[in-house]
Design a protein. Structure first.
Length: 413
């Protein structure tokens, strides 16, 4: 392990530059007890940015050279190799795999919730115990030596290179001045660079995106046809199961986002990269998945009103269904576009929700014109709450009144 490395405050700024390079940064050795830690991050991870910008600076300022941390970019092959080695060495379960992940001693902290909550206490504990060496991650010591500006380790002190260390050495940085607080990796990265991170998953996103765009164009053309295609009863009946499926998907993603846990992803895509991106929050505070849950609940409620309520509420509910599914598919198109071209990762759960919303749009859109026509036939409506018994009584009274008037005229004649 290297004897001399960069100071801890330099490491923070270098971690910004590593968003582009994917290399490791190393902190300076200090006199007295020192606590060492490693954080794995991704350039597209919004939670990682939060930890780097808001959580680490106060700790580095408070502890100075007594707290040293390195950053590892999992988007690059060397960083991903070290992350996989960490998963195996610390037996991290699938539900806790994701970034940001911070390893300090034998403790693994995951997410922007655990790290700021538990890291300060762990630093205090290990300082009181006389300091803490780097985590026992296979290949980390070799990567630290390769990333140092000067190498002072002797051949005898350097362990044999591992595959993870060999891949990390390719991206090892050289000595450089402290960069400005910017994010070169996010600014300079092109959409092609983001797309080729996962060509299979991002290609699937593009296929779903094209399908949604084609659905909108076709249904818009179909509404102009005369007559409008008939909506079959089975099409209306499968809306509730689709709503339930959408609720399950959105509910799980809402749990992942609000509880700051790693999502269980399938063989395609990277759900955690999407969920941890800045686009997972609407207006900076509302998780997109929570909005999805509310949307599916509203669609289910509108379907129930359209199915069981009387006119004109049934027609109004059908129009509300059309409006909500139109908004849903438009928002799904926006989110699906972000995955391959802006975030550079695909979420299989998100694609499932987008497909469900597209199916709902296909089933509901043809009801727009019939519902509008039915509303026009009932206008003007005097009393929306009048039931059938009220109408019968009113018609009977009108009939009797007309009979009496006609009888009076005949008697007078």
């Amino acid at each position: 392990m290297c004897d001399k490395v960069l100071r801890s405050w330099v490491a923070l700024w270098l971690s910004w530059l590593l968003l582009a390079s994917g290399a490791l940064t190393v902190n300076a050795a200090a006199e007295g007890p020192v606590v060492h830690a490693v954080m794995f991050y991704s350039p597209s991870c919004g939670h990682c940015h939060h930890v780097i910008e808001n959580v680490l600076p106060p700790l580095l300022k408070q502890y100075g050279e007594q707290f040293e941390i390195v950053g590892v970019n999992v988007a690059d092959s060397g960083g991903q190799a070290l992350y996989q080695a960490t998963i195996e060495a610390f037996a991290i379960p699938p539900e806790r795999r994701g970034v940001p992940t911070l390893v300090i001693g034998e403790t693994v902290l995951v997410g922007s919730g655990e790290i700021p909550t538990e890291l300060p206490g762990l630093i205090e504990t290990y300082l009181a115990q006389g300091g803490l060496d780097w985590p026992a991650i296979p290949g980390l010591l070799e990567a630290l030596a390769a990333s140092a500006p000067t190498t002072t380790a002797t051949p005898e002190a350097t362990p044999a290179p591992t595959q993870a260390a060999t891949e990390a050495t390719v991206n090892a940085p050289t000595a450089m001045p402290v960069p400005a607080p910017a994010i070169p990796g996010v600014v300079k990265e092109t959409w092609r660079d983001r797309f080729i991170r996962d060509p299979l998953g991002n290609g699937l996103s593009v296929l779903v995106l094209l399908g949604m765009l084609a659905s909108v164009l076709y249904q818009g053309w179909a509404l102009t046809r005369t007559p409008v295609a008939e909506v079959r009863r089975w099409q209306w009946a499968i809306i509730p199961p689709l709503v339930v499926l959408g609720l399950m998907v959105a509910g799980y993603l809402a749990y992942v986002e609000t509880q700051q846990v790693a999502a269980v992803c399938g063989p395609v895509g990277d759900c955690n990269a999407v969920q941890q991106s800045e686009f997972a929050l609407l207006f900076g505070f509302l998780p997109i998945a929570v909005l999805g849950v509310l949307g599916y609940v509203a669609i289910g409620a509108a379907w129930a009103v359209a199915h069981w309520a009387r006119r004109p509420w049934a027609e109004l509910a059908q129009l509300a269904l059309v409006g909500m599914t139109c908004f849903g598919i438009a928002f799904s198109i926006y989110l699906t576009f972000l995955e391959p071209f802006v975030i550079g990762a695909t979420c299989a759960w998100c694609l499932t929700s987008a497909i469900v919303m597209t199916a709902l749009f296909w089933l509901v859109a043809p009801r727009a014109r019939p519902a509008l026509a039915a509303l026009r036939s009932t206008a003007p409506i005097i009393n929306y709450k009048e039931n059938s018994n009220d109408r019968v009584a009113r018609n009977r009274q009108s009939s009797l009144g007309g009979t009496r008037r006609s009888g009076g005229v005949g008697h007078g004649g």
